[in-house]
Design a protein around this ligand. Sequence first.
Ligand SMILES: Cc1cc2nc3c(=O)[nH]c(=O)nc-3n(C[C@H](O)[C@H](O)[C@H](O)COP(=O)(O)OP(=O)(O)OC[C@H]3O[C@@H](n4cnc5c(N)ncnc54)[C@H](O)[C@@H]3O)c2cc1C
Length: 259
Amino acid sequence: MSENLKIVEIEEIKSETPTIKTLYFDWGEKFKPGQFVMVWIPGLDEIPMAISNDGLDFITVKNRGEATKRLHEIERGTKLGIRGPYGNGYKLKGEKLLIITGGCGGASMIELVRTAEEVDKTIVTCLGGETEKELLYRDRFSDLTDLKVSTDDGSAGHHGFVTELAEKVVEKERIDSVYTCGPEIMMKKVVDMCLKKDIPVQASLERYMKCGIGICDSCTIDGKQVCVDGPVFFGRELKDMAEFGKYERTKEGLKVKKS
Ligand SMILES: Cc1cc2nc3c(=O)[nH]c(=O)nc-3n(C[C@H](O)[C@H](O)[C@H](O)COP(=O)(O)OP(=O)(O)OC[C@H]3O[C@@H](n4cnc5c(N)ncnc54)[C@H](O)[C@@H]3O)c2cc1C
C-alpha cells in the first residue's frame, strides 16, 4: 500500500441527483483543481475520483459499477483510504473562462470554478444532463458563474446537447479559455470546436486506472499515461491522439471501440 495512504471517515453524505452522491471527509492535504485521488474501499477496489473542497474535502460519485455502487451504499462514519493527490490539474489561463460539462464531469470542474472565482475570473458554464434531475451542481454553478443549462429530454434549458449551447456562447462572446469534463464524445466535440475557432481548451480524460502513479500503464492513450501525463490535456495534445473519442481500454488492457 502506498506510503501516502490516509484513512478518512465519511462525515456527511449528500444526494446530488438520482445517480450521483457527494461524500465529505477531512483529508487535509493540498491539491490543485483537476487533480484526483485513489479511493480505497477496503476489501473491494481502489478507484480514481476527482477531489474538491468547500470547507471539508469531498468526492462526488456516479453509481456505475461495483465500487461506485458500494460508495453509494456507505453511511456516515464509514472509513475509506485516500491516496494522492495525483495528476497534473487544470492551468488557469485568461480572464473569461467557459466551462462545458455534462454527466458527472462537474465533479472535476467545481474546484476549478471555486478557485477561478476567488481570483475574479469571469466564468460562463454550459451544464448538460439527460434530464433536469441529472444536472449536477446546478445551484453551485449558478451561484458562482453565468450558468446555461441543456437537457437531452428538454425538461430544462436548451433541448439538446450541451455542445450546441456552447457553440452559441463562443459565437456571441469572446472566450479566452475553455475547460471540459464529461462523456468523451462530448469532450471530443468541444475540443474539435475549439481547435477550429482557435480557442485554448483543456479536457480531463477518464481511463481505467489501477495504480494512479504511472506504473501499470492501464490508462495509456496514444503513448501517454492519463494518471501522470494527465488527466488534463490541452487541445493541441488531443489533436494528435487517434484514440481520443474513439477507443478505450478494458480492465484487461484491450483496446476497444468506445461504446
Ligand atoms: C482521473 C479520474 C477521475 C475520475 N473522477 C471521477 C469522479 O469524480 N466521479 C466519478 O463518479 N467517477 C470518476 N471517475 C470514474 C470512476 O473512477 C469510474 O467510474 C469507477 O472507477 C468505476 O468503478 P466501478 O467499479 O463502480 O465500475 P466498473 O464495474 O469498473 O465499471 C462500470 C462502467 O464504468 C466504466 N468505467 C470504469 N472505470 C472507468 C474509467 N476510469 N473511465 C471511464 N469509464 C470507466 C466501465 O467501462 C463500465 O462500463 C474518474 C476517473 C478518472 C480516471
